[in-house]
Design a protein around this ligand. Structure first.
Ligand code: SAM
Length: 207
């Protein structure tokens, strides 16, 4: 969104000096961003809003150069309003990717109405329809650090994406994920291979 729309959408940020926006695009596809054209992508509190996280990770990796970084802050569902929702399974994410996310689209709005807004069951369908018609930006999928690490490993092992988890650090209600695109230097490949061979260490903040 351009900065003036952002100010309207988030009136609570009115007092902040928002930077002007250079690129407006669908963050799931980044179609206007050429392959291997940037050194890093920062996407904070974004991946949980995407309907096909596997495709999104693929596109974010597509635009970074080999050796580049994806930096993401992701809400830890256990510590947010998503606490009552089940962690999104890999099978669900695989199906969203294989078939497209339309099959689960309304189901997510119903889950949001039921488990986040906690509306009575009799009102769930109507509230879900209303949110969907508004295009309300919900958390379609929800993660813990371990579930997110499994997703990244699935992307690497089943979909051939050139990615390693470099750090996964829980901080309060979120976790910071630093993902590295493989394929730059022999030195990086050696480090990546060591990481891939070792069980994933989820580092504590400040450790
Ligand atoms: C929770 S906000 C996070 C905003 C900011 N990154 C931050 O950390 O404060 C999620 C933002 O992602 C945007 N968003 C959701 N899906 C998107 C998409 N497919 N493409 C671009 N932006 C999207 C929403 O409009 C919303 O502004």
């Amino acid at each position: 969104m351009p900065a003036d729309e952002l100010r309207r959408e988030y009136p609570e940020l009115r007092s902040y000096d928002l930077v002007e926006v250079d690129v407006i695009d669908d963050g799931e596809t980044l179609a206007s961003v050429p392959d291997e054209s940037v050194d890093f992508v920062v996407a904070n509190h974004f991946i949980e809003h995407t309907e096909d996280p596997i495709a999104t990770l693929g596109n974010h990796l597509r635009v970074v150069r080999p050796g580049g970084v994806l930096f993401m802050a992701v809400p830890d569902k256990r510590r947010t309003f998503d606490a009552a929702r089940p962690v999104t399974s890999l099978e669900h994410l695989d199906r969203d990717h294989a078939e497209g996310p339309a099959w689960s689209h309304r189901v997510h709005y119903e889950q949001w109405a039921r488990e986040v807004e906690q509306v009575p069951e009799s009102q769930v369908a109507a509230r879900a329809r209303e949110l969907d018609e508004q295009g309300f930006s919900i958390h379609f999928h929800v993660f813990t650090p371990a579930a997110f690490a499994e997703l990244v490993h699935r992307c690497r092992d089943s979909y051939g994406l050139p990615v390693e988890v470099e750090a996964l650090v829980p901080v309060d209600h979120e976790f910071i994920a630093v993902l590295r695109k493989r394929g730059q230097t022999a030195e990086f490949e050696a480090v990546a291979t060591r990481h891939a061979a070792a069980p994933l260490a989820v580092r504590r903040a400040g450790a």
